[in-house]
Design a binder for this molecule. Structure first.
Ligand code: 1GP
Length: 238
């Protein structure tokens, strides 16, 4: 299927080809040898992002370490003060199931007001974010409300047909999600790319979710079992 929107931004044209990404948390320690394994794993890109303790210093330190590899490195923006201009691209979350307009529009508005003259629009794209795990830090931080099946399907349809968002990100951070729901979301999205993240801890988990998600995002397991994390990469390749 020819998914993705045309002409949104330069970096997004590459995203359309992705199957798997690792998400690194700048607030967590990763040894040089494990970072090296991530850099040479065959993943399509690395996203740097987290909820707690994201600072300019830890973001740029991790970016500099990643620059040793031929791998696109994108920042998922969560803290304005932590934005460094050196990334290959920027993902801007818009939390659709937040109770507060702040996490859908206001933080982005603040950023554009402050940095609008310097933003390289071709390097950024928006993710319609839907957080499904009440225990996840991001669920609390963005003051989310737990959507039911119909709610999520409606968010996915809004992402594609109303907002024309390049990406809809179904986020179970820390917990493996509902495969049937992810399949139903996938059925709604012809243009908008589907990112799935949460609880992918093995090759088998990745294989279960990949048929429905365009891109599988793998985070926590990198810090717990690097070999298992590496095995998720090949599981996502066609
Ligand atoms: C978190 O979606 C990512 O933002 C990945 O989730 O850490 O559970 O792998 P995990």
């Amino acid at each position: 299927m020819d998914k993705g929107y045309g002409g949104i931004c330069t970096v997004y044209n590459n995203v359309k080809e992705w199957n798997h990404v690792f998400k690194l948390d700048p607030n967590k320690h990763l040894s040089d040898s494990d970072l090296n394994l991530v850099g040479r794993s065959g993943t399509d890109a690395v996203i740097i992002g987290g909820t707690d303790g994201v600072t300019y210093d830890n973001v740029t330190a991790l970016l500099m370490r990643m620059q040793a590899f031929e791998l696109p490195c994108l920042l998922e923006v969560s803290a304005l003060e932590a934005i460094s201009p050196e990334f290959d691209g920027y993902l801007i979350p818009m939390v659709m199931n937040s109770r507060e307009k702040r996490y859908m529009l206001d933080v982005q508005h603040e950023a554009v007001k402050q940095y609008g003259d310097f933003i390289e629009w071709n390097d950024m794209f928006v993710e319609g974010y839907c957080v499904m795990n009440e225990q996840a830090k991001v669920f609390q931080a963005a003051n989310c409300t737990l959507p039911d099946y119909e709610d999520v399907i409606a968010y996915a349809r809004m992402a594609e047909h109303m907002f024309h968002l390049p990406v809809f990100y179904i986020e179970y951070s820390g917990r493996f999600g509902d495969v049937n729901l992810v399949r139903e979301i996938a059925e709604q999205l012809d243009k908008t790319l589907l990112f799935y993240g949460g609880g992918i801890r093995s090759e088998a988990d990745a294989r279960q979710m990949k048929p429905y998600a365009d891109v599988i995002v793998v985070g926590d397991i990198i810090y717990e079992n690097i070999q298992a994390a590496l095995e998720t990469v090949q599981a996502c390749k066609k």
